[in-house]
Design a protein around this ligand. Structure first.
Ligand code: ZN
Length: 277
C-alpha cells in the first residue's frame, strides 16, 4: 500500500534540526510512574524503589507481606517468590532510626478479592483514544512487549517494556515512546544489527538514542499520530547530541540510520514512503 507522504525523512529532519536549535534540553519523560505502595496504603520509598523498579515481572505496584495479604482476606499463591525490602520501624531508645525486613509479595501473586486495591496504583491521566490503525500496524512488527513502569528495550531478551497507555500524558506521547522502543528493537543483531552495547552516557549510547528518537519522529508522522516533529523530540535529541563531538556529522549519521530503521518497519507494515520531489 502506498500512502501520501506526510513528510519525507529529509524534510522532517530539517524541521527537527530547526526545532533543536530553538529548543532546549528540558525533556521530561511523558508518562507518570505508578507509585509503589503497600496493601496497607503506605508508599514505599528509598532504596526499596530501586529494588522494585528492577523487577520486570509485575505490572501492578501494590505489595504486602504474607500476613498483610491474609489480613485482607487474600492468599499468597503457592511457590510465589518474595522480595526483600526494608522498612523504617521508628526510633530506638537512643533516637536512632530502626529498620526492619519487609518480605513482600506483589498483588499479582495473591488470590482473593483484590478489587479494593484497584485505585492504589492506577494512573489514569491519558484521556486520548488509541489509534486502531496505528495499533494494528505496530502489532505487525511482532515485538514482545511487557508492561513496565518505565519504557525500555532489552537487547539480551529482545523485549520491550512499556508503561500503560493510561500512564502517558497523551496518545502522541504513548506512540512516540512505543515507536522509540520499536526503533531500538530494529537494531538487534537479527535485524539491522546496530551497536546496542553502549552504556548510559557514552557516545555509542548517545548515537543509538538519536537514531531511536529520529525514527520515532519519522514513524509517528507515517502512522498519522503526529503531523510534524514535536518539541519533545527536539528536546530529547538535544539532551543526547551534546555528548557527540561533531554534532552535525553525528546528526546526519543518525538521520541515515533512522531512515533505515523506518524503512525496515514500514516494509513489515506493508507501507512505503513516497518521496515527493
Ligand atoms: Zn532510547
Amino acid at each position: 500500500m502506498k500512502r501520501e507522504s506526510k513528510g519525507t525523512p529529509t524534510l522532517l529532519s530539517e524541521a527537527i534540526l530547526k526545532l533543536m536549535k530553538s529548543g532546549n534540553t528540558d525533556w521530561q519523560k511523558p508518562w507518570r510512574n505508578k507509585r509503589f505502595i503497600t496493601c496497607q496504603g503506605h508508599y514505599l520509598s528509598g532504596g526499596n524503589l530501586v529494588t522494585l523498579a528492577s523487577l520486570s515481572d509485575f505490572d501492578r505496584t501494590v505489595w504486602g507481606t504474607y500476613d498483610q495479604w491474609s489480613w485482607h482476606g487474600c492468599q499468597v499463591k503457592k511457590g510465589a517468590k518474595a522480595v526483600k525490602l526494608t522498612v523504617y520501624k521508628g526510633k530506638d531508645e537512643d533516637g536512632r532510626p530502626k529498620f526492619g525486613k519487609y518480605i513482600a509479595f506483589n498483588i499479582e501473586q495473591v488470590d482473593g478479592d483484590v478489587g479494593k486495591f484497584s485505585g492504589f496504583d492506577t494512573v489514569d491521566i491519558n484521556q486520548d483514544t488509541r489509534s486502531d490503525e496505528a495499533d494494528a500496524l505496530i502489532a505487525k512488527l511482532g515485538s514482545v512487549v511487557k508492561p513496565g513502569n518505565t519504557a525500555c528495550y532489552i537487547p539480551s531478551k529482545d523485549e520491550i517494556r512499556m508503561p500503560d497507555f493510561k500512564q502517558f500524558d497523551s496518545a502522541a506521547d504513548y506512540y512516540g515512546t512505543r515507536t522509540h522502543e520499536e526503533a531500538h528493537r530494529t537494531g538487534h543483531e537479527s535485524r539491522l544489527d546496530r551497536n546496542l552495547k553502549g552504556k548510559f552516557g557514552d557516545k555509542k549510547y548517545a548515537m543509538e538514542e538519536l537514531i531511536a528518537e529520529l525514527t520515532s519522529c519519522f514513524m509517528c508522522v507515517q502512522l498519522g499520530v503526529i503531523s510534524a516533529p514535536r518539541k519533545d523530540h527536539a528536546q530529547y535529541l538535544n539532551s543526547w547530541i551534546q555528548l557527540l563531538s561533531d554534532d552535525k556529522r553525528a546528526f546526519n549519521i543518525a538521520v541515515g540510520k533512522a531512515q533505515q530503521a523506518t524503512n525496515y518497519m514500514l516494509n513489515i507494515m506493508g507501507l512505503e514512503i513516497q518521496e515527493v520531489a
